[in-house]
Design a protein around this ligand. Sequence first.
Ligand code: NCD
Ligand code: ZN
Ligand code: ZN
Length: 437
Amino acid sequence: MQILIKGARVLDPGKIDEKKDILIKNNLIEAIIDPIVDPTIDQIADLDENKTESGINVIDATGMIVVPGLIDIHVHLREPGQEYKENIETGLAAAARGGFAAVCSMPNTIPVNDNRQVTQFIIHRANELGLSKVYPTGAITQGSMGNTLAEIYDMKKAGIVAVTDDGKPVENSNLMRRALEYCKGLDMPVFVHAEDLSIVDGGSMNEGPFATAWGIKGIPNAAETIMVVRDIALCELTGAWVHFCHISTRESVEAIRQAKKRGARVTCETAPHYFTLTDEDVKDYNTNFKMNPPLRSEEDRQAVIQGLSDGTIDVIASDHAPHSVMEKDVEFDMAAFGIVGLETSLSLSLKLVNNGVLTLEALVNKMAKTPAKIIGLNNDIKPGNLADLTIIDPDHAYEIDPETFKSKSRNTPFSGLKVKGSAFLTMVNGRVVYQRD
Ligand SMILES: NC(=O)N[C@@H](CC(=O)O)C(=O)O
Ligand SMILES: [Zn+2]
Ligand SMILES: [Zn+2]
């Protein structure tokens, strides 16, 4: 079977930005060709030297943009252990619908992915499903308890692409130093969940006038920034690769900007909610506005946007954190931290393009190309590469409706929001894993 994607703008930043047709054969990009005006089977068949395959499936992508398959490097799939929130199948279906050809799964499952058996299970299950791809991350410490290093080398051999104790910080600086030194030797990034738990002290939203007004205990910016600054210091001490997860404060953005200027090996991500919402939106005590780190002030939101536009923030990742009504339909301070994001991330991020903050090239870099580099992949659109592609419909205007989610969970603060632009089709290894109805 061959597939011809016809009539689209093909955009791979720095490589190609032209109206081209793409021919896909088996699981590979076979050819990128000048648009075929009249796609008769004969013309296309000429490209197929062996002429063994007969059927050609033509996808009309007129008015759309084909980009390298998007990759979300921060996703909680919840399997094993919390399948009532999400499982690998529903999480990957949500990824595919969101335009993501691949995701990195976070290790805070039950049991924690701190050994090769769990890693192998996740990879095996994902392969069995044949939806979007999974590149697991493994824990830094056993059980992500912060005491003893996990079997990092073993997990790397089994397929992890990074380590993280996401959900928790590594509180012990010396242990973090050893983890960084170890991972430097493996040439693997360490994903940092930057949070000083002692200063969080049970808070559940951003510390500031709104938390005070509404009687919710606050979490100061410093809870994040203290650990960002510590881990920049450890990064510069060890020369290891530190990647900061879900950056939310202006001070973190500035610290990372300065570290990069000094040549430190740091990268970072933010999530769509940090450039879309603020702590003021927590009004009504709606627990779908509760996540970790919390929504910050308008000044922080602006600093995150500035960081995205000047390149300080390398990646947009959703931090897809599904929770059921059991964890969310409770008092604000009792509710779990986290929101789903796979099925809203692209539309919310395209808003940055629609309002001129980012070029489309920059967005594709932050959602496809840089994520690929971080996890050691090459997703260039070129003949011979695996056909992992996302077709973006930039004009699709719609209202976000959690009832349409493929995810098992509905904990989004974006219900009812009107957005423009979404994934029209997601292709993985030459197979269509999602196509909009
Ligand atoms: N972001 C969140 O609010 N929650 C995440 C944990 C995490 O990403 O730190 C979760 O696993 O639910
Ligand atoms: Zn985290
Ligand atoms: Zn997370």
